[in-house]
Design a protein around this ligand. Structure first.
Ligand SMILES: Cc1cc2nc3c(=O)[nH]c(=O)nc-3n(C[C@H](O)[C@H](O)[C@H](O)COP(=O)(O)OP(=O)(O)OC[C@H]3O[C@@H](n4cnc5c(N)ncnc54)[C@H](O)[C@@H]3O)c2cc1C
Length: 270
């Protein structure tokens, strides 16, 4: 199928993007890498009248470290994340997770900001952002605001992005030498969306963020607080309540989450 017809503007400045978003309201959509938006248009799942291409906006690009944080611009692609030495060093969880996202052609165009703004429950970055307790920078005509990843993801494809706002960047705390992180997922084939995944981070506390076991990533606080694997598995089975999908029952997903917990637990303890 082909996309319905739409108008297209390549924004030259953020201000121009804000103006267009204000003027066209619900009938306009931001276009970043297009790897989720364009398929959804082709499948006629949405039909915006105007696409505002933000890929030329320099303020949304770049990776930089400073003040204890690694700042990654919203337009940084999956491929750039995969190749970045700074990300390997300062946010190894992201470097491990990105390898599970789709295939090279999609990784070349898809962006961090697009993935976070879309909030697909099976996506890797939202769970990583929650495990790392990261912060997002959002901007609109009324200025900039920061929000914790834990507050940003509201539900199925639903976020705290307000009308007219653009996601500018995400800030990840720089990993310390003693920190440990593990990203694991189970998929039918490598590059497919995850059946279940886990982003785990251990520093002064342990944070376990599961993906695709709910409408948004699930931070398993009960399991993370336990001293033994057995206790953690028991707590996890109480705090996860996944829904079945076309291929997997809720019980299968819960079982697989326990399998990933065990693998991550063993790696985090070494
Ligand atoms: C075959 C296939 C397999 C895939 N597999 C995976 C996978 O395994 N894991 C995974 O995580 N993803 C997967 N994806 C999705 C891919 O990672 C997308 O690139 C990503 O989800 C969206 O990023 P994008 O830059 O392409 O955003 P777009 O498609 O351009 O936009 C997505 C949505 O976000 C909004 N948006 C984009 N950028 C911003 C911004 N800066 N501020 C506010 N709103 C914004 C858009 O308006 C749109 O609603 C797959 C895609 C395909 C086609």
């Amino acid at each position: 199928m082909k996309a319905p017809s739409f108008a297209y503007v390549k924004a030259r400045t953020l201000e121009e993007a804000f103006e267009l978003l204000e003027k066209h309201g619900e009938s306009a959509r931001i276009l970043a890498g297009g790897q989720s938006l364009i398929p959804s248009l082709n499948m006629r799942l949405s039909s915006p009248e105007l696409l505002i291409d933000i890929t030329g906006l320099k303020d949304l690009s770049g990776i930089s470290a400073g003040n204890g944080f690694l700042r990654i611009g919203a337009l940084v692609t999956h491929a750039q994340i995969e190749r970045s030495e700074e990300i390997k060093k300062h946010a190894p969880l992201l470097a491990e997770a990105v390898k599970h996202i789709a295939h090279p052609a999609i990784r070349n165009r898809g962006t961090l900001g697009g993935s976070l703004a879309l909030a697909d429950p099976a996506a890797e970055y939202p769970a990583c952002a929650i495990a790392l307790d990261s912060t997002f920078i959002l901007s609109g005509r009324n200025g900039e605001r920061k929000i914790k990843a834990t507050q940003f993801f509201k539900g199925l494809f639903e976020t705290d992005l307000r009308k007219g706002e653009v996601l500018i960047a995400a800030e990840f705390p720089i990993a310390q030498k003693s920190d440990r992180s593990v990203f694991l997922e189970l998929a039918r084939r490598h590059g497919d969306y995850a059946i279940v995944g886990l982003a785990a981070f251990k520093s002064s506390e342990t944070r376990l963020a599961f993906l695709n076991v709910g409408p948004a990533p699930v931070l398993a606080k009960g399991a993370a607080s336990k001293k033994s694997l057995e206790e953690a598995k028991e707590a996890l089975s109480k705090e996860l309540n996944p829904s079945a999908d076309l291929y997997n029952s809720a019980a299968t997903k819960k079982h697989l989450a326990g399998v990933l917990l065990e693998r991550a637990w063993n790696r985090l303890s070494t």
